[in-house]
Ligand binder design. Structure first.
Ligand SMILES: [Cu+2]
Length: 389
């Protein structure tokens, strides 16, 4: 073959390949009129398509074949009104109405109402849930070691329920034998002890059903000497069994599948992040958490101030929990997800967005610099520069 013949064949081959690639790209991104990504349990067209694209492991959206329904909130249509707000839940710690008793003890007074509620747990997926104060998970309850916790429990649901806290307390405060019927009330009162990360959940039989319907939450007891300052957040791992076959159809962190994939959690470079991680997943034997491009110090049950492990994966059975501490060295977007791949690909995938360090407010810097004589030079430097950047 002459050189010109080889050239001609090469050009033709490239033209064919380019056309094929363009055609495949077109079909990938245009088989759904409304969304850029074709990915939906609710999207009928995707059920007949051999390739379903969804927000799974990896940057962006990979093309992965699945034979099951995958629920992804990227497909939320405008009519969708999700009841759960994982971003609000993430950093919301509830201390109740705080007062001091006659003997000087700090009292945290909470009102917890159980109610039946139809929750949209993913776009177009409605669940007849049983809730503590209207959400799954229920509110994060927090107190300091030695404080008094009082829960005014009101059952407005259609079934009997209780509130069983992990931790140390008296027998009749354990939420097991004193079953609260519909329209019943009960007051739980106990000392917050020991310090650590706990959970609470309903303990009425069949337990599996009462937990699966959504009656659980996190309970944090801080040590008397607080842990170092950090960007703190709660992550409750759970799942939903929408077809009642005692198998989860999708998995979440804080109530909605893929939520933090589409709404990355904003954190700051070099700033300590503390995650209170609780596993409340029903039916499956294990669950786990994997952090990308980083490692974390792990404090099992949060009952020690010394970490037990420096790792990037932690595996838990139902009811297990622990505190994770880490900071990111480099800015950018990073995944975290269950390293049980099935869970990751059915909703248990989220992401952090690491921002550059926040420059201190220039006025605050000037004040700080002016506060002592010894750092006058620094003061001039900051005022001249108008900031620290
Ligand atoms: Cu219950």
């Amino acid at each position: 073959m002459s050189r010109s013949q080889i050239m001609l064949i090469s050009v033709l081959l490239m033209a064919v390949l380019t056309t094929a690639f363009a055609a495949s790209s077109f079909s990938l991104f245009n088989n759904n009129d409304n969304n850029q990504f074709s990915v939906s349990a609710q999207d009928e067209s995707s059920k007949t398509s051999p390739t379903t694209v969804f927000g799974g492991h990896g940057t962006g959206y990979n093309s992965i074949t699945t034979d099951g329904d995958v629920i992804d909130s990227v497909n939320a249509d405008e009519r969708s009104t999700l009841d759960l707000d994982p971003m609000k839940y993430l950093r919301e710690f509830n201390y109740g109405r705080v007062s001091t008793t006659e003997n000087g003890t700090t009292l945290h007074d909470f009102t917890i109402i159980v109610e039946d509620k139809t929750l949209e747990v993913s776009p177009g997926v409605f669940m007849d849930a049983w809730t503590y104060n209207g959400t799954i998970p229920g509110p994060t309850i927090r107190a300091t070691e030695g404080d008094l916790v009082r829960i005014n429990f009101i059952n407005k649901g259609s079934h009997s329920h209780t509130m069983h806290f992990h931790g140390i307390h008296q027998s009749d405060m354990d939420g097991v034998f004193e079953i609260i019927a519909p329209n019943g009330r009960f007051v739980y009162e106990f000392t917050a002890e020991p310090y650590g990360l706990f959970l609470y959940h309903c303990h009425v039989q069949p337990l599996e059903l009462h937990i699966e319907r959504g009656l659980y939450g996190a309970y944090i007891v801080d040590p008397k000497t607080p842990r170092p300052e950090a960007d703190e957040m709660v992550m409750v791992m759970n799942g939903y069994d929408n077809d009642f076959d005692t198998e989860n159809n999708f998995y979440t962190i804080n109530g909605l599948p893929y939520y933090y994939m589409h709404h990355p959690i904003q954190i700051e470079k070099n700033k300590l992040v503390r995650v209170y991680l609780v596993n409340l997943l029903e039916f499956d034997q294990i669950n786990n958490f994997h952090l990308h491009a980083n490692l974390f110090q792990f404090y099992p049950t949060g009952t020690s101030l010394t970490p037990s492990e420096y790792t990037d994966v932690v595996t838990m059975s139902q009811g297990e929990r622990g505190i994770l501490e880490f900071s990111y060295k480099y800015p950018g977007r990073y995944l975290f997800h269950a390293h049980k791949t099935e869970f990751a690909e059915k909703g248990w995938t989220g992401s952090f967005f690491v921002k550059e360090e926040q420059a201190e407010d220039s006025a605050a810097l000037v004040n700080k610099a002016n506060s002592t004589e010894s750092n006058k030079t620094e003061s001039l430097q900051y005022t001249a520069g108008g900031g620290s950047q």
